[in-house]
Design a protein around this ligand. Structure first.
Ligand code: SF4
Ligand code: SF4
Length: 438
């Protein structure tokens, strides 16, 4: 890996040390330690930029950052904190000498598993067998994985493998229901094809209901977000180039993702590839078309043929949607359009839930602390349904509902819309049967 020069001095210099970001930082709120605040982390990045060595302490403080970008929203000086932390992590990764085990794990996860549909499908099948065979119940009951430290956290947060996986839909085109108003390309994700297959299906259905022909190109791949958050920018760039080639190769009105974490990275391909003259402009064209599903649906005339969804619901902003993409109104607007749904805002809805990619696995103690706090905010609304806009947040909040909540149901905005459309169909079919019978 080529040595990275770290955060740009011009970005670092934007910080005027005012501290207005501190209250928006989950790790500072929990620990009250300056070095675990945005301002403190920027101070440390500045030290390294001035020639200080990269020490274990520096790495620890930066690793504890969720990269949630809550500080970026709060900052009045426009400090691009998301870019700073990514660049700083890339610099750390480029200089560290990881153990053979870390190298092997990274190679397996980031080079073999995430970019390969075949490997993910195989891993998903093994996970499915582990879960349906009763082995998972046995492992959890005996607590045997506690002997292996982080493996126990990983197992506790492992999503359900949702068979049949979404892979059979990749490479297909789904027609608009009624008049075709748009032609959109859908980015199906990587792990989502195994763990959120039903969410992906709901997304396609809701788009179809809203006059979209949905194309799911076969040659697309993982967006590279997890690579990037782990400081593996070269691998993220290779994945980005392929996605740009695939999606700009066809004529789409919009490119859609239902994962806010992926969307944030997809919309920043221009930064990722800014030093690549062959892709710089293409990355910008790609970014122009890239839309989160909630952003897209809220921007068009929404099909109002919805039946009631009877629930009290609250909405947890996904950091990568609220802070990364500045989208807050769209998901709320969609939820408020659903008949029967009573929407209640929770305090500090845009404070991170502790999910943050693989943060809840590698920094499980802090992630749990943050999650517990989040569930206290949820409880004030008395909601039975927690809605969010990112698969990672859904997993974390489901764990929160189980561990610290009252077993609330967790769903993506698009799944609640899908339920409303299904309720409409069910009511229509009841009416039709009644009319035939009378
Ligand atoms: S990205 Fe989130 S955790 Fe990191 S410094 Fe900013 S607010 Fe704190
Ligand atoms: S990051 Fe922004 S809000 Fe935080 S201390 Fe620096 S200038 Fe102030």
């Amino acid at each position: 890996m080529a040595e990275s020069s770290g955060p740009a001095q011009a970005d670092l210099d934007k910080c005027v040390h005012c501290g207005l970001c501190l209250n928006a930082c989950p790790t500072y709120r929990e620990l009250g330690i300056e070095m675990d605040s945005p301002r403190g982390r920027i101070y440390q990045m500045n030290q390294v930029a001035s020639g200080a060595p990269i020490t274990d302490t520096y790495i620890r403080h930066l690793d504890l950052c969720l990269a949630c970008r809550g500080c970026e929203t709060a900052c009045p000086s426009g400090v691009p904190y998301g870019r700073l932390i990514e660049d700083a992590r890339e610099q750390i990764r480029s200089q560290e000498k990881p153990s053979w085990l870390t190298r092997l794990t990274r190679a397996l996860v980031f080079q073999k598993l995430l970019p390969s549909r075949t490997s993910l499908q195989l891993a998903g099948t093994l996970l499915y067998l582990y879960q349906v065979s009763g082995l998972q119940r046995l492992v959890r009951f005996t607590g045997v994985l506690k002997l292996f430290g982080k493996l126990s956290n990983l197992e506790a947060l492992t999503p359900n493998a949702e068979a049949p996986f979404f892979y059979s839909k990749i490479g297909k085109t789904f027609p608009a229901l009624g008049e075709r108003r748009y032609r959109v390309g859908f980015l199906a994700g990587c792990i989502a094809n195994v763990a959120f297959a039903r969410l992906n299906e709901a997304t396609v259905r809701v788009l179809q209901r809203n006059g979209c022909e949905v194309v799911i190109p076969a040659a697309q791949n993982c967006c590279g977000a997890l690579h990037l958050h782990s400081g593996l920018a070269d691998q993220a760039r290779a994945l980005a180039r392929n996605n740009i080639d695939v999606f700009l190769g066809e004529d789409f009105d919009a490119l859609i993702t239902n994962a806010a974490g992926c969307g944030s990275t997809l919309k920043e391909y221009d930064h990722l590839l800014h030093a690549d003259p062959a892709y710089r402009d293409r990355a910008l064209a790609f970014k122009e078309k890239m839309k989160d599903i909630t952003e897209f649906l809220a921007s068009i005339e929404l099909n109002p043929e919805m039946g009631p969804v009877d629930a009290v619901a609250t909405y947890q902003d996904s950091c990568h949607l609220a802070h990364g993409q500045k989208i807050r109104v769209a998901p709320r607007k969609l939820l408020k359009a659903i008949p029967g749904l009573r929407f209640r805002e929770m305090p500090m809805a845009d404070l991170c839930c502790g999910s943050a990619g693989i943060y809840n696995i590698v920094q499980s103690e802090m992630a749990n602390q943050i999650l517990q706090r989040k569930m206290e905010f949820v409880a004030t609304t008395k909601a039975s349904l927690i809605v969010t806009a990112n698969p990672g947040c859904m997993l974390q909040l489901s764990a929160g509902a189980r561990l610290y909540g009252s077993g609330q149901r967790v769903a993506h905005v698009v799944e609640v819309l899908d339920e409303a459309y299904k309720a409409y169909d069910a009511a229509l079919s009841r009416e039709t049967k009644k009319a035939i019978a009378s």
